[in-house]
Ligand binder design. Structure first.
Ligand code: SF4
Length: 373
């Protein structure tokens, strides 16, 4: 028997026009009755769509709303964002995490202004050429803002489409992704003036989020049951078969607030480091938790040329970064000597830090310093 190829499989997934029309009609009826009432429903401004979609990556709707409002107040247009300082953008982003998203937003705003005259490209392929804009964000802007007939695969539609196709195996492989995106594009290509690509994509995301839910899909309430291979073969609830998450690693780090004449020593994190562009108290990995003070003294001497005096432990903050669960031990202390490198270090008061972008844990440390623990 000849081996099946990805192309054969795409052919099998092709929707007959009559079937696509029937699926979209059922989806539209459902969306009218049961679609989510999101704050940005119907939004067509590409700048607003772009901001919210970048913010929504790895973040919930509830968490995104205040950040979106703050960004739009500070920088109401893409030109305003392009003119902003990167530090101000990082400061406004503080707390949302994955700070490369904020740096890329700023870089892309500058490219849109300098290379596209301040107007967003309309086609998904052109949008994808901008910094930090992947296939999902490009498709979201193209369909929501410009009603281009392109589909969307994100967490909810990945699950939904995987079940509709009864796709076994990891849906994140390139071959599976090709099938999922192709199916999403086929559905969006059935857009009409009465059910636009934006509405189709939103309806599919809503359906994935509220009916085709991860553990127990509610197939009896689903408008697409008749066309769902996963439901028909009884394997929907087992899908998608995602690769296991990486194992969590426990890590200890220590940070020290070195104070001199009411000012604290901070360092700007450099390109290639975690939280590049943000400011931070000296912070170091601690390979041996019984030798924290020794490690802090030798690292501060090596990196800043200062000799730490007595150290006082003020707090322990626990947080996670990707697959690392970090225990951060926070110290205060004084130091003697002169700073050996001044370009990336600054003495700042706690009040001045209000204007500097800090990591969430550094900001929490500032609060502890202010309140004494
Ligand atoms: Fe998901 Fe069930 Fe609908 Fe299939 S029928 S798309 S499994 S909710």
């Amino acid at each position: 028997m000849p081996r099946r190829t990805a192309v054969d499989t795409l052919e099998e997934d092709r929707l007959e026009p009559t079937i696509r029309r029937a699926m979209l009609a059922a989806l539209q009826r459902w969306a009218r009755e049961s679609g989510r009432a999101l704050p940005w429903r119907g939004e067509r401004d590409p700048y607003r769509v772009w901001l919210r979609e970048v913010m929504l990556q790895q973040t919930t709707v509830v968490a995104v709303v205040p950040y979106l409002e703050r960004f739009l107040t500070l920088w109401p247009t893409v030109s305003a964002l392009a003119s902003a300082d990167e530090a101000a953008v990082l400061r406004a982003w503080e707390g949302l995490g994955y700070y490369s998203r904020a740096r890329n937003l700023h870089r892309a705003a500058r490219v849109i202004v300098t290379e596209h005259g301040g107007a967003f490209p309309q086609r998904a392929e052109d949008l994808q050429a901008l910094p930090g804009i992947g296939r999902y964000t490009a498709a979201a802007i193209a369909s929501f803002a410009f009603h281009q007939p392109v589909g969307i695969i994100e967490a909810n539609t990945l699950r939904l489409q995987t079940r509709l196709l009864a796709l076994t195996g990891d849906p994140r492989t390139p071959a599976a992704q090709r099938r999922l995106w192709d199916r999403a594009d086929q559905l969006a290509s059935g857009a009409t003036a009465r059910f636009t690509a934006a509405e189709i994509n939103q309806a599919l995301m809503d359906l994935g989020a509220t009916v085709c839910v991860p553990k127990a899909p509610r197939c009896s309430e689903c408008p697409l049951t008749s066309w769902c291979r996963g439901a028909q073969t009884g394997i929907a609830a087992e899908l998608p078969h995602l690769a296991p998450r990486p194992v969590v690693t426990e890590v200890t780090e220590a940070t020290v607030a070195i104070v001199r004449s009411g000012q604290y020593l901070l360092r700007q994190r450099q390109a290639g480091e975690r939280w590049a562009g943000m400011w931070d108290f000296p912070r170091f990995p601690i390979p041996d938790a019984s030798a924290i003070a020794t490690t802090l003294r030798s690292e501060v001497a090596a990196q800043a040329g200062l000799q730490l005096g007595e150290l006082v432990e003020l707090a322990t903050i626990r947080h996670s970064v990707t697959r690392y669960r970090i225990t951060l031990r926070c110290f205060t202390g004084t130091a003697t000597g002169r700073l050996s490198r001044t370009e990336t270090w600054r003495w700042l008061t706690l009040e001045q830090l209000a204007d500097y972008p800090l990591s969430v844990t550094a900001r929490e440390f500032v609060e502890r310093l202010r309140t004494g623990g």
